[in-house]
Design a protein around this ligand. Sequence first.
Ligand code: ATP
Ligand code: MG
Length: 625
Amino acid sequence: MSIGYKSFHEHSIRDPKSFWSEQAKLVDWHQPFSQVLDYSKPPFAKWFVGGQTNLCHNAVDRHLKDRANQIALVAVSTETNQEHAYTFAELHDEVNRMAAILQANGVKKGDRVLIYMPMIAQACFAMLACTRIGAIHSVVFGGFASHSLASRIDDAKPKMIITAEAGMRGGKAVPYKPLLDEAITLSSAKPEKVLIVNRGLSEYTTVANRDLDYAAEREKHLNAKVPVEWVDATHPSYILYTSGTTGKPKGVQRDTGGYAVALASSMRLIFGGNPGETMFTTSDIGWVVGHSYIIYGPLINGMATIMYEGTPLRPDAGIWWSLVEKYKVSVMFSAPTAVRVLKKQDPAFLSKYNLSTLRTLFLAGEPLDEPTASWIHDALKKPVVDNYWQTETGWPILAIQRGVEVMPHKFGSPGVPVYGYNMKLLDEATGAELGPDQKGVVAIEGPLPPGCMQTVWGDDQRFIKTYWETVPGKMVYSTFDWAIKDKDGYFFILGRTDDVINVAGHRLGTREIEESISSHANVAEVAVVGVEDQLKGQVAIGFVIAKDPSKTANLEAEVMKTVDSQLGAVARPARVYMVSALPKTRSGKIVRRALQAVAEGRDPGDISTMEDQSVLAQIKHVVGK
Ligand code: ATP
Ligand code: MG
């Protein structure tokens, strides 16, 4: 199928109403909408006004007619060595039981339910049970500790929290329940009930009149049938906090109808998945990729989805590919950071399995550097599709949309604007629109398409102020990423706007300097930040993890030379420190603001979203501050 990208995209911008009413046919409506779009109060876009639908119905119930006995969900754990497949009929039963538990414990439409769980099937049941009854879920990544959890409890004020007593990582049990108890002590909002899935991995204590055992509750509702609650298209389906790479996480609020339509359409036009096939997304339900493309997207599209608990390396680096073979995966979605982990292993793991069903590998979440892209592309011999988006948008902003037109890929570019997104590249200082090969901020002209955030949970003003009032003279949505666009309309993301540094009046992107440094053969990973300098305003400082740490005697000088020759002396880092690890968020992104603070001898501030806080102490030591 080739519709022609250019005219397809133009139609979506010129006449969003006719465009999206066509896409809306991909989902079931209990009551048809009377208005495709209400944009009378910009920047708040209301999609499919007057329509009523339900995410759980679209993901589960509606498939019972044609595919009740088809697999819907495969939960694989290489941590507990368990594997369980649920058909759509079985998933329907489990979701009904979970929904009955919620209702029996007082959860109603509009109430929030916080889900703090590892990658187990019950987490999927919990999300779908919430949307089934119109409750608003807020999934918090299982790797977060009590402080991060407490701030999310205070913001979302959940009536109920669903958890498991423990997760497991690298063969070790990671207790969740004590962290949750501590978080509830720390928070001022208190949930009425806590539902615990006991996996038998670790001991825990319970609180009387508050804590419930999932297995016991489930027994009470084995035959429960909980009718779908039809909600307005604009009814919030969930709140999800951003990764916190740049600062305090924001509570992204998503609607129901617009989200269902955006996912259904993207599953076909971007991801090219067909009903009856299998999708394997290696993310976590705690992130937006997990919400959209582990749970809702594939299920809405009538596909089986795989939930995977474990690392990509256990029992060996072939595990993911063995799942592709076993479950005949046709669409796979992962992140550059995961590919970089695999890249350190023997590529033979990739040729060991029959990957003939796999059509495409999608990667998102951070810049896809050329060495990583080429490695996975050569190893798989399948198209590797970079796609760029944010928690805020819920689905891709930039991608080669192969279901629309198979356009050529360009290394280093996630592609062209996705239909529905009116993309602008703007000058940060003046707001003027930029031409080819000029660097600017990636912005989206309102209305944001269906599926994007409605507002910041509980704070409309913060939504306006944070996202829509940063470009002078214009109300446009800022992504806070900067990029250039080539003459063919392909975007190249250069980094975050707060990663721009100013060296003696020259504006440089830390990402460009990083790319240059990574081209040195002995550099495994690198981060560059701008650090205050009395003479030049700012200078670049590099932090390098060497591939071979025994050969770093001259690496600093060599790296400087590399940058000199590729970008010019002005971009040359003033110092390059050799480190053994970089500070990262739990979704694998480098926290540059913390590096910068350490390099400037400042307090790094809130680092609760960071994976391993001891990394910063080591870096402080290396920097000598
Ligand atoms: P916070 O907003 O709290 O600082 P975050 O921006 O890391 O956290 P996410 O919404 O998970 O939270 O990440 C979106 C960001 O990730 C994008 O704005 C962009 O900087 C980066 N990103 C995502 N996909 C790509 C990609 N394909 N290429 C380059 N960068 C990407
Ligand atoms: Mg962000």
